[in-house]
Design a protein around this ligand. Structure first.
Ligand code: FE2
Ligand code: FE2
Length: 265
């Protein structure tokens, strides 16, 4: 029987976005049909694999070189959607990475990240289909890679990964998406509004999963989540948090009152 974490690694290395999306959906279904094993103890290695597997395009450029996008032009809006597609592509990759890389977690941890990977695959396919309907495709614009860079930087410690990827990088999406959605609402682009609503709803769940596992790891090591986060953010050079914050969504995503109070300080 195929094994969940090994298959997640193979899908992470897969370079074709469409194959990767279909593979993730199939992995989720097969796991829940109980025709995929889960070995939580195996230490897997990625020798010889280029991670994440990705198509030749988009070209990756430093964040500061990404051209400024004006929402006032169709071209600017398409390029914004393209950057969201790239984030969702890497979000799918980061969920697969959380599954294969870190052994010895409870079964629920792997099931949670499998669910995240399936939802990210769906988000990517929604945006990609919309780009296609506008005559564009994933790869047509350059993209920056800061999300994946934080994934790589936190490959040596699951507690850093949980602290800084879902509950820092993905949590920024909770802050950013409502404003983008409202601008598409203004121009009555209902299809994009609908897609962004789905993304926002699911992302609350992803950040919640990050919070739950981060708190689990802190409890296991008997350290304070607030103190641990402070130290990890410095040690791993996390971007500093800048408002405005979507406090309601962050609260729903499991941040405590104390964490919300400390935001941006
Ligand atoms: Fe997503
Ligand atoms: Fe996500």
């Amino acid at each position: 029987m195929p094994e969940l974490r090994q298959t997640a690694l193979e899908l992470l290395a897969c370079t074709n976005p469409k194959t990767k999306v279909l593979g993730v959906q199939k992995l989720f279904d097969d796991y829940h049909r109980k025709i995929i094993d889960l070995n939580t103890l195996n230490v897997l290695n990625s020798r010889g694999l280029n991670l994440p597997g990705r198509p030749l395009k988009p070209e990756l450029i430093p964040p500061l070189d990404v051209p400024k996008r004006s929402m006032a032009t169709p071209e600017g809006r398409v390029s914004l959607l393209h950057s969201l597609a790239h984030i969702e592509f890497n979000a799918m990759n980061l969920a697969l990475d959380a599954i294969w890389r870190f052994p010895e977690m409870p079964v629920k941890y792997y099931e949670d990240w499998l669910k995240v990977s399936k939802e990210e695959a769906y988000h990517f396919s929604l945006i990609e289909a919309h780009l296609q309907s506008l005559g564009f495709a994933y790869g047509d614009f350059p993209a920056h890679n800061s999300l994946w860079e934080m994934v790589e930087r936190t490959s040596d410690a699951i507690i850093a990964r949980m602290a800084l990827v879902p509950r820092t990088m993905e949590a920024r999406g909770l802050d950013a998406v409502p404003a983008i959605r409202d601008r598409f609402k203004q121009i009555k682009d209902n299809k994009v509004v609908e897609i962004l609503e789905v993304i926002l709803r699911d992302e609350v769940g992803h950040v919640l999963i990050g919070n739950q596992w981060f708190n689990f790891l802190c409890a296991k090591e008997n350290i304070s989540p607030i103190q641990a986060y402070k130290e990890l953010a410095i040690a791993y050079r996390a971007p500093s948090l800048r408002g405005p914050f979507n406090l309601e969504a962050r609260k729903e995503a499991g941040f405590t009152q104390e964490e919300l109070r400390l935001l941006g300080t």
